[in-house]
Design a protein around this ligand. Structure first.
Ligand code: FES
Length: 178
């Protein structure tokens, strides 16, 4: 006489083992996903790559020999390479470079802090030794401190002097005035 359970399959415990149907579903699903997503990865990378690349941040540009810098601000222009997504441009920037009271070289941005026009040095006979903005009359001291109209000092460039040359880097808030 056989035992009562000899020919019966032991019942599956729910949630413990995968059925054949589930196994096939997962396997085919995974293979299909790989087939569709795999070739797309290089395309996605190509599309977003320029966005991941570093821009000009942290780069210094050689602008002028250090011995040409005087106490009076002088205007210098220089070109940078700017990468914005897929678009590369070479804008020309302006810096007003001079020495501070300690003899350190510093460089101001000419962008007026009122609404972004361009300031000039000593261009208003009534405002001697000042930067003046012709748009709405903002003016600034030699160190870039705002005296009227604008509510902030002129920004400055990061400066590095190396092997007798002045190099300019990123634009930062003015470090010479409060
Ligand atoms: S933009 Fe310079 S004063 Fe207005």
């Amino acid at each position: 006489m056989s035992k009562p359970h000899d020919n019966e399959q032991s019942p599956q415990k729910p949630g413990k083992e995968m059925s054949r149907r589930q196994f096939l579903t997962y396997t085919l699903g995974g293979a299909s996903a790989f087939m569709f997503v795999g070739p797309a990865i290089p395309m996605v990378r190509f599309a977003v790559d320029p966005l991941l690349q570093k821009k000009t941040e942290g780069k210094y540009i050689k602008v002028v020999e250090a011995n040409k810098i005087t106490n009076d601000p002088q205007e210098f222009t220089f070109e940078i390479t700017q990468i914005d997504g897929w678009y590369e441009s070479k804008p020309t920037l302006i810096a007003w470079i001079s020495k501070d009271q300690q003899g350190n070289i510093f460089a101001l941005s000419p962008v007026c802090k009122h609404l972004g026009c361009t300031v000039d040095w000593n261009n208003n006979p009534k405002l001697k030794d000042q930067y003046f903005c012709p748009c709405h009359g903002a003016h600034y001291t030699r160190e870039g401190k705002q005296l009227a109209v604008a509510r902030a000092p002129l920004d400055e460039y990061k400066v590095k002097v190396e092997n007798g040359f002045v190099y300019l880097g990123d634009i930062i808030p003015n470090q010479h005035v409060q």
